[in-house]
Design a protein around this ligand. Structure first.
Ligand SMILES: NC(=O)C1=CN([C@@H]2O[C@H](COP(=O)(O)OP(=O)(O)OC[C@H]3O[C@@H](n4cnc5c(N)ncnc54)[C@H](O)[C@@H]3O)[C@@H](O)[C@H]2O)C=CC1
Ligand SMILES: O=C(O)C(=O)COP(=O)(O)O
Length: 525
């Protein structure tokens, strides 16, 4: 397997990758060069310097995983990767302390004009009056985005005796209380804060979050910081607010265009800047490089990944309990998808029992993968199963049932195509956590699925099962298991056969001609 590292990455991560794979480190590639190279690689590791565009992803025929050694994935077309079944992972914890410390460093440096005073003295000037600063003690710090980095910044602000205001639509009052942060709105932060710092991802919802209207609300002499992503604070609006004197200072680590050589912000004496250095510490770089390498190694050797952006992740400690259900759901999906092929409108998964304590999202994805694989082939995986279902307008419904039955947990899969439905229930039982199928279309069984099976619709009357079994025997196909859904004499039922080899089409046709056999479908897992 081959790994391409296209941004600078700490040796520790590269060495880990080299223990298992062929690794090429090639930085500074243009989009066209990357398009040309990417088809040879199984994994790509980037930081913020590589734009992994749709064009690159479309050319990436062998790529299985993109590892982002850092947090922001706005340089990766995650939708394109998802559609192509490529896992995107980041390493969200490796650089959070460094990014928070950089933000605080920038705030203090801005308050005391350290970069400007340093440059002045280095040019042999002694300008003590020019560089009058301000204290942060007792001032209001507004933190927009109270995730990993924002919450560390809030904590460090409090250590500097600042009063912290915060806004984050996904943070509860309890969480804010625990952080000692006064939760309020962006507008209120704009009106009251002396310092405003943003720590959100760059999304459609956060782009230009701080715009001219927000600057208009701010106190005269406010100071703003952006160590998250260029574009969360609108650069033109900030330039205008600096020009008008509304904003007394800005500290900016990230820019809409990087490098930002055309940015008006570089021309203001009261704007201090760094070239996207938030994560640039020895500690953070070792952390993110090793974490990205671990994820790539795990994904390429068939293991689970911890921080996938585009698949429902399972916490490693939950994996042993969930694995039998993931296998069962995928098997049920494959089973149902082969019994009823075609243009599905709806997939419903109903969960009951102990499984309700677990995260069922990945189990639903496993079922979808099984269903869609029959129709779309091996290109379907845990990454793209959901998006493929969505693009085919298949409605996916997940429901939880409180009804208890004799099984500790059950999963019922109902597949709908036009007015037809196919329903299968499965359970996991025994110490070996074996997946079993216990119901098909209302008929009860206890089937341990095997590689080759036959599902035969027939009439429950004498001289139907016998000829069927004899015919398989004559063709040297061994039956290792057989179960029949119990019904009254003369009624329609289903028999499920575990067979030791695939049943050719010609034999299936012969079987269908036996009096009382209504249909015979092979199921291959
Ligand atoms: N300058 C640098 O070198 C570095 C920059 N970063 C950037 O810092 C930012 C924050 O990273 P983390 O804290 O790790 O992410 P995170 O995902 O832990 O936190 C982001 C927070 O933003 C919140 N949020 C989302 N939309 C919001 C909105 N409209 N208003 C307010 N809050 C909103 C989320 O609820 C979440 O709590 C990201 O943009 C990341 O790329 C991260 C590391 C280094
Ligand atoms: O992790 C992030 O989001 C960062 O912005 C750090 O970017 P970098 O890896 O230093 O290019």
């Amino acid at each position: 397997m081959k790994v391409l590292v296209s941004d600078s990455l700490a040796e520790e991560g590269i060495n880990k990758l080299k223990e298992q794979f062929t690794v090429d480190v090639i930085t500074g590639l243009s989009e066209d060069e990357l398009v040309e190279k990417i088809k040879d690689y199984d994994a790509l590791v980037v930081r913020s310097g590589t734009n992994v565009t749709e064009k690159v992803i479309n050319a990436a025929d062998n790529l299985k995983i993109i590892g982002r050694a850092g947090v922001g994935v706005d340089n990766i077309d995650v939708d394109a990767a998802t559609n192509k079944g490529i896992i995107v992972v980041n390493t969200p914890e490796g650089n959070m302390i460094s990014a928070a410390e950089h933000t605080i460093s920038m705030m203090m440096a801005m308050c005391r004009n350290i970069p400007q005073a340093h440059a002045s003295l280095k040019s042999r000037k002694w300008e003590r009056k020019k560089f009058m600063g301000v204290e942060v003690n007792g001032k209001y710090l507004g933190v927009i985005g109270l995730g990993r980095i924002g919450s560390y910044v809030a904590q460090r602000g409090q250590a500097l005796h600042m009063k912290v205001l915060g806004y984050d639509p996904y943070v509860s009052q309890e969480q804010a209380d625990e952080m000692g942060v006064e939760l309020t709105s962006v507008e209120d932060i704009c009106k009251r804060a002396d310092f405003i710092t943003v720590h959100t991802p760059l999304t459609k919802g956060t782009e230009n979050l701080i715009n001219a209207d927000k600057f208009a609300l701010m106190k005269d002499g406010v100071r703003v910081l952006n160590c998250a992503r260029g574009g969360i604070i609108n650069e033109d609006a900030l330039a205008e607010a600096l020009r008008s004197g509304k904003v007394a200072g800005a500290a900016i680590d990230v820019f809409v265009e990087e490098p930002p050589f055309e940015s008006p912000l570089l021309d203001f004496d009261n704007v201090i800047t760094t070239p996207h250095l938030g994560a640039s510490t020895e500690e953070a770089q070792v952390n993110v490089a090793e974490a990205a390498a671990d994820e790539v190694i795990s994904a390429l050797t068939g293991g689970p990944v911890n921080n996938a952006i585009n698949i429902p992740t399972v916490k490693p400690e939950m994996m042993p309990a969930l694995t039998p259900y993931l296998k069962l759901a995928e098997t049920m999906g494959k089973f149902a998808g082969q019994l009823m092929t075609g243009n599905y409108k709806r997939v419903e998964l109903e969960y009951s029992g102990d499984i309700l304590d677990k995260d069922i999202k990945p189990v639903t994805v496993a079922a979808l993968k099984g269903i869609l694989e029959n129709a779309l082939g091996p290109g379907v995986n845990f990454v793209n199963a959901n998006s493929l279902a969505k693009s085919r307008k298949i409605k996916v419904i997940e429901s939880k049932s409180e009804t208890t039955n004799k099984f500790p947990s059950t999963i019922t899969l109902e597949l709908t195509r036009g007015s037809d439905t196919k329903s299968i229930t499965g359970t996991v039982s025994g110490n070996g956590k074996i997946g079993r199928i216990i119901q098909i279309d209302g008929y009860h069984f206890d089937i341990v699925p095997t590689e080759n099976m036959l599902v035969v619709d027939h009439m429950n009357r004498p001289n139907v099962i016998g000829p069927c079994a004899i015919m398989l025997g004559k063709n040297d196909i061994n039956i290792s298991g057989m179960q029949v859904g119990q019904v009254g004499l003369g009624e329609k039922t289903i028999m499920v056969l575990n067979v030791d080899s695939e049943v050719p089409e010609s034999i299936l046709n012969e079987m269908k001609s036996i009096e009382g056999i209504l249909d015979a479908k092979p199921v291959t897992l």
